[in-house]
Write a protein that binds this ligand. Structure first.
Ligand SMILES: Nc1ncnc2c1ncn2[C@@H]1O[C@H](COP(=O)(O)OP(=O)(O)O)[C@@H](O)[C@H]1O
Ligand SMILES: [Mg+2]
Length: 510
């Protein structure tokens, strides 16, 4: 008899159904797994054998074949242990087949038969729910899976014995509960930053419209400080956004204790990060930092220090909101609608352009350093701002009165206006001005004659690219929204244009 158990393989955030079939046949006593599994899956044999032994079951002296179907789909990960074990238990007659028909199964086995948490429980649960099935997963992954739906039937045992007892009716497993992370950790506050009023204003505009931003300035000007305070002024995510990013975090094994949070992700990879770490992929296809920053912030400090290949890989996701990972014979796409915040010094020694400072290598110091940032990448930065060093006399001033909460309230108001407008324009899938394109962008950025004249002159004078032109319009819309204005005025346009005047520190680049 062949037994079958349903499980999933992950392609990006999509959970593709996979059938695990087990059969005992006469012949040489071997345990064989076929169906394009990776190393973790071929090692699964030993874990399954040991776990069955631990619950007092020995495999009969027959040939055991386990097939993972469809056979041409590559399968990766350790979550196949439990479905394989259950398929074997079913073939042995320990678990009735009609029970397993109703579930998608995933979980890693330890040698003693206990179940270890696996990544991807949330997307697997969503897929099970969509197919009107339940989910069997390890206890440690249960609370995360419980988010997939209130009616979803979830069995989350600690070990194999508990599951078998549940099937026999001698011990009933309770449904795990979804947990929302308690947001007790206080975020760093904007009130810590003295001076730098222009940069704070730019940060507020970036937060309100979801715009990409680059900060250029000497070391110690407060660039990293500013970026780290962006989360404190961003609004919390809604339920849909939270589920979207949690699915990615689940696949990346980044959900702490299976708890979901409404706080937007803030990812700050080090500049030594590799291509797979940023884009995703690698040995096991995992989402990279770009995908993990979906609906949140990707902060790249010391931008020119990143590998050039990594920097160029940013360009496409910045426009499309998707990160594409090439695998041996197929592509995986992860959602990656992040807001990029970059910071850099103007030159290697960090002081180019500072009054009274002479770079050791003269003007080449800045030129060489800035050339690492390509023109097209810079063109995608909506807000390009320059910070100057804070003076000691500024630092001695009392802390500014305005706190993050005050700025966050203005940002939330501006975002509310944007959401309403997108709904009216029939583009409810958009959330912030930075995402608007085509007709929608045109409809929401209509200019009066004075505005048109201003932007036409400026576009010529500043040599704006078509992309740059649209980016200015989006930023101007955000500034008008912060202002509570229905129409974009010259004042709003002028401010938006000022953010595209390449900072002196970046003139040589591009
Ligand atoms: N505007 C500021 N207000 C208060 N402290 C500041 C300011 N700018 C810099 N500092 C101090 O200098 C340190 C370095 O700032 P940082 O943000 O790391 O600079 P950068 O990233 O521009 O090199 C901070 O930890 C803080 O103590
Ligand atoms: Mg810094």
């Amino acid at each position: 008899m062949t037994s079958r158990v349903g499980t999933v393989a992950f392609q990006g955030v999509e959970a593709v159904p996979v059938d695990v079939q087990a059969q005992f046949v006469s012949g040489q006593v071997v345990f064989q797994i076929v169906g394009l599994g990776d190393k973790a899956i071929s090692e699964s044999r030993e874990r399954v054998r040991a776990a069955l032994h631990a619950i007092g079951l020995a495999l009969p002296g027959k040939r055991l074949v386990v097939n993972l179907s469809p056979a041409d789909l590559p399968k990766e990960g350790s979550h196949y242990d439990l479905p394989i074990a259950l398929a074997v238990l079913c073939a042995l007659g320990v678990i009735p087949p009609d029970f397993l028909d109703r579930y998608v199964v995933m979980g890693e086995l330890a040698l003693d038969g206990s179940l270890l948490s696996v990544s991807g429980a949330l997307p697997a649960a969503m897929a099970a729910n969509a197919r009107d099935l339940g989910l069997i997963c390890p206890k440690a992954s249960g609370s995360e899976a419980a988010w997939a739906g209130e009616d979803l039937d979830i069995l989350a045992p600690e070990n194999l014995i508990q599951l078998i007892n549940h099937v026999k009716g001698t011990q009933v497993l309770t449904r795990p509960k979804p947990h929302l992370a308690v947001l007790d950790g206080k975020l760093p506050d904007l009130a810590d930053i003295k001076g730098q009023e222009a940069a704070k204003r730019a940060l507020e505009v970036a937060a309100a419209g979801g715009h990409h931003m680059i900060m250029v300035g000497p070391p110690g000007a407060g660039k990293s400080m500013l970026a780290q305070r962006l989360p404190s002024i961003l609004p919390p995510m809604d339920a849909r956004e939270m589920l979207d990013i949690s699915m990615i975090a689940s696949l990346g094994g980044e959900l702490k204790d299976g708890q979901l949070t409404r706080r937007r992700p803030f990812r700050a990879p080090h500049h030594s990060a590799s291509m797979p770490a940023l884009v995703g992929g690698g040995l096991k296809a995992k989402p990279g930092e770009m995908a993990l920053a979906h609906h949140g912030v990707l902060f790249l400090d010391e931008l020119p220090e990143f590998q050039p290949r990594v920097l160029e890989a940013l360009r496409q996701p910045m426009e499309t909101g998707e990160a594409v990972v090439a695998r041996a014979n197929y592509h995986i796409t992860y959602p990656a609608r992040f807001q990029l915040i970059a910071a850099m010094n103007p030159c290697k020694c960090g002081m180019a352009g500072e009054p009274g400072h002479q770079c050791r290598q003269g003007p080449r110091c800045a030129a060489d350093y800035q050339q690492r940032i390509s023109g097209p990448l810079l063109d995608r930065m909506d807000l390009q701002i320059e910070l100057s060093a804070v003076r000691a006399s500024d630092l001695a001033l009392p802390a500014p009165k305005e706190r993050s909460a005050d700025v966050a309230a203005r940002v939330a108001r501006a975002r509310h206006v944007q959401a309403q407008r997108f709904a009216e324009l029939g583009a409810a899938h958009l959330r912030v001005n930075a995402q608007a394109d085509g007709d929608v962008l045109e409809a929401m950025t209509a200019l009066d004659a004075a505005g048109l004249a201003l932007i036409r002159d400026a576009a010529d004078a500043m040599n704006l690219s078509a992309r740059g032109y649209h980016r200015v319009l989006r930023v101007a819309r955000t500034i008008a929204d912060l202002d509570g204005a229905e129409h974009i005025a010259r004042l709003h346009l002028a401010e938006a244009l000022s953010y595209r005047q390449k900072p002196a520190g970046l003139r040589q680049a591009a």
